[in-house]
Design a binder for this molecule. Structure first.
Ligand code: DC
Length: 231
């Protein structure tokens, strides 16, 4: 039996990282971890506790309360992926909405939050056989991942993908607002002090602005298989 590897998929928001990562994990029989869901769940918690809203952010109260946040991924066989549970409650739907999207980048700047989530991510991926997507997987969480990808696409393409996704789930959405949110998050994610979004030196650039999903998947799957074959 071939040894399992670690696959790190980083990149800008709405580049389709999770779609590819999910498919790849399924095909390889690996665990898929959507680390963005973890930052989103902490954001939802901070909103529920009134630590954060559009105009204020009580960072210290959030930090003091971090030990009361329990995050778990539980596999949903019908959907074919693991859903996010915050303190025992399935929050998969709630964390995907615009309210959370607007605030999550702020939460992700807090080092104490990052420390907690990175430790949990490293624990989940410790045995390898994992496909993890996020912003700092190849640069911080698994610096020694055997395959690292850095996904990009134009902000307009990404905003349009997100717009379609939210429309499909029945949300009342505005394309311009989503485009602004995508650009805002790009800015915060790549300029924050702790673990900013950057391409790891040994990551492969992957611009999928004009690439169909099947083509993307095939290329990435082949890359993974080449590495696995050498193990
Ligand atoms: O992948 P996503 O759009 O669901 O991520 C939500 C936010 O979480 C994103 O704006 C940046 C942050 N994030 C992060 O800082 N580090 C990660 N590993 C994953 C997400």
């Amino acid at each position: 039996m071939k040894k399992k590897i670690t696959i790190a998929i980083d990149g800008y928001s709405s580049t389709g990282k999770s779609t590819i990562a999910k498919q790849l994990a399924k095909q390889l029989g690996y665990i898929y971890v959507d680390t963005g869901a973890m930052y989103r769940a902490v954001t939802l918690y901070a909103m529920q506790q009134k630590f954060i809203d559009a105009t204020h952010f009580d960072v210290n109260s959030l930090i003091a309360d971090l030990d009361n946040i329990s995050l778990k991924f539980i596999y949903n066989a019908k959907k074919g992926f693991a859903e996010m549970y915050l303190n025992g409650k399935n929050v998969e739907q709630e964390i995907r909405g615009m309210e959370v999207s607007k605030l999550v980048s702020k939460i992700a700047t807090i080092s104490e939050v990052r420390k907690k989530l990175v430790a949990q991510q490293q624990l989940i991926g410790k045995g390898k056989g994992v496909v993890m997507d996020g912003r700092d997987i190849g640069t911080v969480v698994f610096k020694d991942a055997e395959l690292k990808l850095f996904m990009t696409a134009s902000p307009e393409k990404r905003a349009f993908r997100r717009y379609k996704e939210l429309l499909e789930r029945g949300d009342n959405v505005d394309y311009e607002e989503i485009l602004k949110n995508v650009q805002y998050r790009d800015h915060i994610d790549s300029t924050r002090k702790d673990s900013p979004l950057t391409k790891a030196k040994d990551a492969i650039d992957f611009d999928n602005s004009n690439m169909r999903l099947e083509e993307q998947f095939e290329r990435i799957y082949n890359l993974a298989m080449e590495i696995i074959a050498k193990k």
